[in-house]
Design a protein around this ligand. Sequence first.
Ligand SMILES: Nc1ncnc2c1ncn2[C@@H]1O[C@H](COP(=O)(O)OP(=O)(O)OP(=O)(O)O)[C@@H](O)[C@H]1O
Ligand SMILES: [Mg+2]
Length: 254
Amino acid sequence: MARRRQIYEGKAKVLFEGPEPGTLVQYFKDDATAFNNKKKGTITGKGVLNNRISEYLMIKLGEIGIPTHFVRRLNMREQLVREVEIIPLEVVVRNISAGSLAQRFGLSEGTPLPRSIVEYYFKSDALGDPMVAEEHITAFGWATTQDIDELMSMSLRVNDFLTGLFLGVGIRLVDFKLEFGRLYNGDDMQIVLADEISPDNCRLWDLKTGEKMDKDRFRRDLGNVEDAYQEVARRLGILPEGGPRDLKGPETMQ
Ligand SMILES: Nc1ncnc2c1ncn2[C@@H]1O[C@H](COP(=O)(O)OP(=O)(O)OP(=O)(O)O)[C@@H](O)[C@H]1O
Ligand SMILES: [Mg+2]
């Protein structure tokens, strides 16, 4: 097979040039990082699971009319996506207090919020992804007021849909992070959901026991990280054929 050009290597994924112009291949690694790269590790099989989970959720969101970058899954660790111009924002939607929100406002973790809260962070590892307001976003030209309205309404639709989907499998969607990008078609520009949706960027708590089923298990050294990711996939009905053993099956990266 011809060598593909590597475009970018991030903390959790590698991007390769896709087979057609305007496409990319996302390769999902087992690498895990937390606290702005200060903590590093590996979660065996994570890449395979996140590739599947993100595929599943992006397809479901596509079905309810949310435009996404997802084209198709290629193999165990890779998916084909449309190449977009990433908007340099992390859009965080929160339903229950946890993580930095709990800290910042002195709330105990697990307090339901009066309503869903949408927050924006500037994507910059060097600066530690600082939280920003609409004022910064428009003043620095990262997005227009109109774009922000669109990001907000898409994020809330994603939240409503995913909250219901996860509740259906006994999981509480506490919060999550989204990334969006711009797709150009002549003079037209469309904002689409990009990156990934997986237990790496969602907080997922078991509805009955409250047990964490996401990257907080890694951040906080709670153990059984792989099992938790696998359980999310299992509940969504997407564990690879052959079960967990298949996580070590064939995959492509050159
Ligand atoms: N469809 C897309 N087109 C172009 N870039 C994309 C697309 N989807 C995701 N990306 C970008 O690809 C990278 C994915 O790699 P990864 O998640 O490992 O990055 P990261 O280490 O989290 O770094 P970053 O701070 O850049 O997000 C991210 O920078 C993400 O913004
Ligand atoms: Mg990332």
